[in-house]
Design a protein around this ligand. Structure first.
Ligand code: SF4
Ligand code: SF4
Length: 716
C-alpha cells in the first residue's frame, strides 16, 4: 500500500464515519417526527397484499410509467442507484488497491457487464431527467409543475448521481490503462474506451475511487442535514409509504373512492359516544394527523405531478396539493423539537408543557408550535383556509402521485375540524348543510316532490314494496329535483323499462347519501343521513341475497358502493352507463340511428378516477353515435374536473378562472356538437359553461343515457 492509498483510505474512512453518524441521527429525527402522529393500526393489516403492491409499484414503476419516457428514465436511475451502490462499496476496496474489488462477485464478468450497462443507461436516464427539469422549469412554462419545488436540492441530487457515474467509469478507465481491469471488452466497452485514452497513472484508480466516495458521502451528509429533503429521502421512504397505503389492493391511488372515516385513537369515531373534549374531531394540529400522514409529508419528492393535474392550481386558486404537502412537512419538522420537549396543545387548546419546560425550549420550535395550522396570512397560519376550500376532491393528485400520498384525506381531515369545531366554512355552503339536515336534500325541496320526475311518463315506475326487483334504482337528489338531471332520470327509467329490467325506486324513502356533507367536512350530517339510508336499504332489500343498486350520480354511486360499507351495508352498485352498456351487449337495447356530429365525453371524477369506470360510457356512446368519440386532451385517468366535487357545487368560485369554464373550453375545442356527461353535477357545470360561452344553440350537453335513448329504434 503506497502513500496515495494510505491518504485516500484515511480520508474515505473519516468522511464515511461523519456521514454515517449524521445519517443515523437524521433517520432518528425522521422516525421521531413520524411517531408524533396518531395511531392507525389498520395500516398493518394484510401484509401479503401490501408487500405485493409495494413491489409492483416500486420495481415495476407502475405509477411512474404512466408518464412513459420520464417513468422509464426514472426507473433506470432507480435501478442504477441500487445496483451502483455496490460500486460505491467497491470503491472502498479500490482506494486500498486498484487490484481489489467487491468480495465474491467483484471479479465476476456478469457483475462487470450488468454494472457497466446499468451505469450507461443510468447516465442517459439522469441526463434526460435534467433535460425535463430544464424544459419545464418555472418561468419557462406557465404554471410549471416544479414551481415551489426546492430546485437546488433536485439539481444537487442529479449532479451527485452524474458525478458518481462519471467517476465510476474513470476508476474503471484507469484500471484498464494500468492493466488491472479484469472484465473483457465485450462486457465493458465504455470502460475500455475510456481506458484507451487515459494515461497509465498507477494511482489514478485510487484517487478516482476517493473522489467517488467523497461525492457519495457529501450527498449523505447533505441529506442528513436536511431531513425534509424529499427529493433524496423518498428513495428510502417511498417503499414504506407505498407499503402502508390505505387500500393496498387498489390499482390507483390508495386515497381514492371512499374517504377515510373520522378516527380517534386509531378507531373510527362513534358519533353517539364521541366527546370533542376527549376525541379528535378532524385535524387542527399537525400531530393530529396519523403517523401515516406524517410519513406522507416526509416522502413527497416535490415532483409536482399532483400540482400539474390539479384543477384548482390550473385555474389560479391558492391550492396546490404539492405546496400543501410541503407546508405541512416543513411545519411538522420545525415544530417537532417543541413536541419532543413535552410541548403541544390538548384538545381544549391548553399548553401541555410546564413553564420550566417552555423556558428551555428552542425559540424557533416554540414559535412554530404556536402557529395555527389553519389560518390566513394575518394569523401566520400554515394552511390558508382558501387552500382548503379550493379542493374539489377530484383525486387527480392522488392518482398521479408516484409515492401514494393521500392528499384528499388530509384536506378533508382539516375541513372536518373547521366545520365541526370552528363552524368556519364558506357561508353559502351553510344553506346546503341546513337543507340536508332539515329536508334530506341539498336543494331543500319538499320530500313529497321526490317522485315528480315520473309524471308524464307513459309507463308506471315501480316502487319498492310494490313489486319484485333485480335493481334498486337510486335516483339521487339531483336526479329527483334538478331540471337537467331529471331528464337523465327519465331517460334511464325509460331505457330500463324498454329493456325489461326489473327495477324499483325508493321514491319518498330516499334521502341524500350525505356525500356533499362528508366532503365539506360535516361528518355529523353525513352519519345521520347515511345511517338513515342504510336502514331504508336494509329494509328494502329484506332477505335478498344479491343486493344491486343502479345509480345515475357518480357521487351516490361512490358513497353507496364504497362508503356505506363502513356502516355495515354491502351492496353491489353499478352506474347507469355500466348497466346500459350491458343491456346493449345483450341485445336488449339496439341503437340504430346514429346521432349527428362529433361526440366528446367528459369523465366524471367520481366515476372515472375514483372508481375506474372509463369504458362503459365510451362503449355506449360509440354504439349510439355509430363512431368513435372525439376525446378531449385530458381524458380518463387524467380527466379534468368540472369543478363541482368536494361540495364545491354549493360554494361560490371567487378566486381565479372558473374550473367549469376551463373544462368547457377544452370540450368545445374538440369541435364536438354533443358533450356527453355521466354525472348530474358535471351536467350542470358544463351546461352552464356552454351557455356562458354563448354556444348553447350549436353544442348540446346531455347525459350518455339521453344519447342512447335518442339513437334507439323506438325513438327513430
Ligand atoms: S383532489 Fe383535485 S382539487 Fe383537490 S388537491 Fe387534489 S387535484 Fe387538487
Ligand atoms: S405527486 Fe406526490 S410526490 Fe410529487 S409533488 Fe405531489 S405529493 Fe409530492
Amino acid at each position: 500500500m503506497g502513500y496515495a492509498q494510505i491518504v485516500a483510505t484515511v480520508l474515505a474512512g473519516a468522511i464515511t464515519v461523519v456521514a454515517v453518524y449524521l445519517a443515523v441521527r437524521a433517520v432518528m429525527t425522521i422516525t421521531a417526527v413520524i411517531r408524533q402522529g396518531q395511531p392507525d393500526p389498520a395500516r398493518f393489516e394484510d401484509p401479503k397484499t401490501r408487500t405485493k403492491t409495494m413491489l409492483v409499484e416500486t420495481v415495476g414503476h407502475t405509477r411512474m410509467l404512466k408518464w412513459s419516457a420520464i417513468g422509464a428514465a426514472h426507473w433506470l436511475v432507480m435501478v442504477s442507484f441500487v445496483i451502483l451502490s455496490s460500486l460505491v462499496l467497491e470503491a472502498y476496496f479500490e482506494v486500498v488497491s486498484p487490484r481489489l474489488g467487491l468480495p465474491i462477485i467483484g471479479h465476476w464478468v456478469v457483475f462487470g457487464l450488468v454494472t457497466e450497462w446499468i451505469g450507461i443507461l443510468g447516465t442517459l436516464g439522469i441526463l434526460y431527467l435534467v433535460f425535463v427539469r430544464q424544459r419545464q422549469k418555472p418561468g419557462k412554462v406557465k404554471r410549471s409543475r416544479f414551481l415551489g419545488s426546492t430546485m437546488w436540492q433536485a439539481y444537487f441530487v442529479e449532479a451527485i448521481i452524474i458525478g458518481v457515474l462519471i467517476f465510476g467509469f474513470l476508476i474503471r478507465g484507469f484500471k484498464v490503462a494500468t492493466g488491472h481491469f479484469e472484465y473483457p471488452l465485450w462486457a465493458t466497452p465504455l470502460s475500455h474506451a475510456i481506458g484507451s485514452v487515459l494515461p497509465a497513472w498507477a494511482d489514478g484508480a485510487t484517487w478516482m475511487a476517493l473522489i467517488k466516495i467523497l461525492i457519495s458521502m457529501s450527498w449523505l451528509i447533505t441529506i442528513s442535514l436536511n431531513p425534509t429533503m424529499g427529493v433524496a429521502w423518498h428513495r428510502f421512504l417511498a417503499f414504506f409509504n407505498i407499503y402502508f397505503k390505505r387500500s393496498p389492493e387498489k390499482p390507483a391511488g390508495s386515497g381514492l373512492g371512499a374517504l377515510k372515516p373520522m378516527m380517534s385513537e386509531g378507531k373510527p369515531l362513534d358519533f353517539e359516544e364521541a366527546d370533542p373534549e376527549k376525541d379528535l374531531f378532524g385535524v387542527n394540529q399537525v400531530e393530529q394527523f396519523t403517523w401515516k400522514g406524517l410519513l406522507d409529508f416526509s416522502t413527497c419528492t416535490e415532483c409536482g405531478r399532483c400540482q400539474s393535474q390539479c384543477p384548482a392550481w390550473n385555474t389560479a386558486k391558492p391550492l396546490s396539493p404539492k405546496l400543501l404537502v410541503l407546508s405541512l412537512r416543513d411545519h411538522a419538522y420545525a415544530k417537532a423539537p417543541y413536541l419532543l420537549a413535552g410541548g403541544g396543545k390538548d384538545l381544549m387548546g391548553e399548553e401541555k408543557a410546564t413553564e420550566a419546560q417552555l423556558a428551555h425550549m428552542d425559540v424557533l420550535a416554540l414559535a412554530e408550535g404556536n402557529r395555527p395550522l389553519i389560518g390566513g396570512v394575518d394569523e401566520n397560519g400554515v394552511i390558508d383556509p382558501d387552500v382548503l376550500w379550493s379542493c374539489t376532491t377530484c383525486g387527480a393528485c392522488v392518482e398521479q402521485c408516484p409515492v401514494d400520498i393521500e392528499h384528499i384525506d388530509h384536506i378533508v381531515d382539516m375541513r372536518r375540524y373547521q366545520v365541526l369545531i370552528e363552524s368556519s366554512f364558506p357561508s353559502e355552503a351553510g344553506v346546503m348543510l341546513r337543507n340536508l339536515e332539515n329536508k334530506g336534500n341539498p336543494w331543500g325541496a319538499p320530500q313529497n316532490t321526490r317522485e315528480d320526475w315520473t309524471k308524464g311518463l307513459d309507463f308506471e315506475v315501480p316502487r319498492v314494496g310494490e313489486a319484485e326487483f333485480d335493481y334498486l334504482f337510486w335516483v339521487g337528489c339531483a336526479g329527483a329535483f334538478e331540471d337537467r338531471a331529471k331528464k337523465t332520470t327519465r331517460a334511464v327509467a325509460t331505457l330500463l323499462h324498454e329493456a325489461g329490467v326489473n327495477y324499483a325506486i325508493l321514491g319518498e324513502g330516499e334521502t341524500c347519501t350525505g356525500d356533499p356533507a362528508r366532503r365539506i367536512g360535516n361528518e355529523f350530517i353525513y352519519q345521520m343521513l347515511a345511517q338513515q339510508n342504510v336502514e331504508t336499504l336494509n329494509e328494502a332489500f329484506g332477505d335478498q341475497k344479491v343486493k344491486r343498486i343502479v345509480a345515475t350520480c357518480p357521487h351516490c354511486f361512490n358513497t353507496l358502493g364504497n362508503e356505506y360499507e363502513q356502516l355495515g351495508l354491502k351492496v353491489e352498485v353499478v352506474h347507469h352507463t355500466q348497466l346500459l352498456a350491458h343491456l346493449v351487449k345483450e341485445g336488449k337495447l339496439t341503437p340504430v340511428q346514429p346521432i349527428d356530429g362529433e361526440v366528446t365525453y367528459h369523465d366524471p371524477c367520481y366515476l372515472g378516477r375514483h372508481n375506474r369506470v372509463f369504458d362503459a360510457p365510451r362503449e355506449l356512446l360509440g354504439s349510439a353515435a355509430g363512431k368513435d368519440i372525439t376525446e378531449m386532451p385530458r381524458n380518463q385517468e387524467r380527466s379534468f374536473c368540472c369543478g363541482a366535487g368536494g361540495a364545491r357545487m354549493w360554494m361560490e368560485e371567487r378566486i381565479g378562472k372558473r374550473i367549469n369554464v376551463e373544462r368547457t373550453e377544452e370540450a368545445l375545442a374538440t369541435g364536438a356538437k354533443t358533450i356527453a356527461v355521466g354525472c348530474p353535477f358535471c351536467y350542470t357545470m358544463i351546461g352552464d359553461g356552454v351557455t356562458g360561452k354563448g354556444k348553447q344553440e350549436e353544442v348540446e350537453v346531455v347525459d350518455v343515457a339521453t344519447v342512447l335513448l335518442r339513437s334507439l329504434k323506438q325513438e327513430a
